[in-house]
Design a protein around this ligand. Structure first.
Ligand SMILES: Cc1cc2nc3c(=O)[nH]c(=O)nc-3n(C[C@H](O)[C@H](O)[C@H](O)COP(=O)(O)O)c2cc1C
Length: 392
């Protein structure tokens, strides 16, 4: 039996962390058995209590994207991966690696580090008909239940635009959704710097004259008052409708079956699509709200909005598939700022030696440090270092 080396495991975890997540935060703990198995386990300690369900669903999609990256990265070292998933109230995914002589590296693995979200305006060209067929074939080869559906015909685009506008506006109108949206934005780092967790404002591509207004909208009393005058519709127009209208391609990842496996599978397919589009040289932005707010049990959305979105999606893609993530794809200028990632060397990974976890946790968390002290203390206790810092 071929075993993974520590260097390989670090590279695999780095590939996993490079995957997209809704708020640039993977709620995950890694454990390596020292031989051939890497386990990813949901780590919900930092979920705000009111958002546990939504955060769990988002982390399932993120877990799918992480697993896809890890499988692709493993192929570059000649390893095949068997995925053993338990998607209960907390998900746990064990990846068993097996060396396979002559295994070819996944053709899109090299796009893992280049992939990122681009929130600039998109223009033509988009994917050619052949490229779209190739994407469909790639996704069909890895999933029996999920698929990509293109929404590029004028009538489809019109229907999708109305769903996007409705959902993106709701994020600025509902107190819970507003809190969910803005709690992820790291205004503390300013507009020029990146952040290893959360969304650095500079990555949101808000035009300079609109930044003060956007930041003001992050205060719920302001957003609530302005929504009486329709400000939420204007925000939805700028955040969703206009970027989607100008994009040459619009695609939705859709899956079937129970919610948890559908989200995990959707995350895997979203990442495959994204990597393939990146490898072709295109820019990608997910706009997930129209899909998420239509999911059964999503918190913070009014019943009227949820059922309008559900009906709209059913008209657009039928009732057999559940929409997981909508993405726009096209040609765009380079982003102003990319989001950062936590370094593997600073993480407490069971089975791996690590460096000074407290330092990295304290640096990256801003006001959230207190919530994560148990993890920090546990890591520090095992390392026998930084105990005072963790307890401070
Ligand atoms: C499930 C999911 C939903 C997302 N929804 C949105 C969205 O609605 N709007 C957006 O601009 N980005 C969205 N993103 C992109 C993330 O914000 C982004 O992946 C994360 O901040 C990391 O940045 P990166 O993709 O540049 O590495 C989503 C990503 C995922 C996985």
């Amino acid at each position: 039996m071929a075993v993974l080396t520590e260097t390989m495991v670090r590279a695999l975890i780095a590939a996993g962390l490079a995957a997209p997540s809704a708020e640039n935060h993977h709620y995950v703990q890694f454990a390596w058995n020292g031989v051939d198995t890497l386990t990813l386990q949901e780590s919900p300690a930092a979920y705000p209590p009111s958002r546990v369900f939504n955060a769990h669903i988002l982390s399932l999609i993120g877990a799918g994207a992480m697993v896809e990256n890890i499988i692709m990265r493993a192929s570059q070292d000649g390893f095949e991966v068997e995925v053993d998933e338990t998607l209960g109230s907390l998900w746990r995914i064990s990846l068993h690696f097996q060396a396979v002589a002559g295994l070819l590296a996944d053709p899109f693995a090299s796009a893992i580090t280049a992939r990122h979200t681009n929130r600039k305006w998109f223009r033509s060209p988009g994917l050619s008909a052949t490229q779209k067929n190739d994407v469909e074939a790639q996704l069909a080869a890895c999933s029996a239940s999920g698929r990509v559906l293109w929404l590029d015909q004028p009538d489809q685009r019109k229907q999708a635009l109305s769903l996007v506008w409705r959902a993106e506006s709701e994020r600025f109108k509902s107190a819970e959704l507003h809190q969910e949206l803005f709690s992820a934005v790291r205004f503390d780092v300013g507009w020029e710097a990146t952040a290893t967790e959360g969304l650095p404002p500079g990555s949101l591509e808000v035009e300079k004259p609109m930044r003060a207004g956007f930041q003001m909208m992050s205060h719920w009393p302001v957003a609530r008052a302005l929504s009486l005058f329709g400000a939420h519709r204007m925000m939805g127009l700028r955040a969703g409708y206009l970027p989607v209208r100008g994009a040459p391609n619009l695609a939705v990842i859709a899956t079937t079956g129970e919610l948890a496996p559908a989200c995990f599978e959707g995350g895997r397919l979203l990442e495959r699509l994204w990597l393939q589009a990146t490898a072709y040289g295109f820019s990608v932005q997910p706009l997930a709200a129209s899909c998420l707010l239509a999911m059964p049990g999503w918190r913070g959305v009014t019943p009227a909005c949820a059922s309008a979105l559900q009906r709209g999606w059913e008209r657009l893609i039928g009732s057999q598939h559940m929409p997981i993530a909508l993405v726009r794809i096209g040609t765009a200028d380079p982003v102003s700022l990319r989001t950062g990632r936590q370094q593997v060397s600073s993480m407490a990974v069971s089975g791996l030696a690590y460096k000074n976890p407290c330092q990295s946790l304290h640096r990256g968390l801003g006001g959230d440090v207190a919530k994560r002290l148990p993890l920090c203390c546990a890591a520090a206790a095992r390392a026998g270092s930084c105990r005072q810092q963790a307890q401070a």
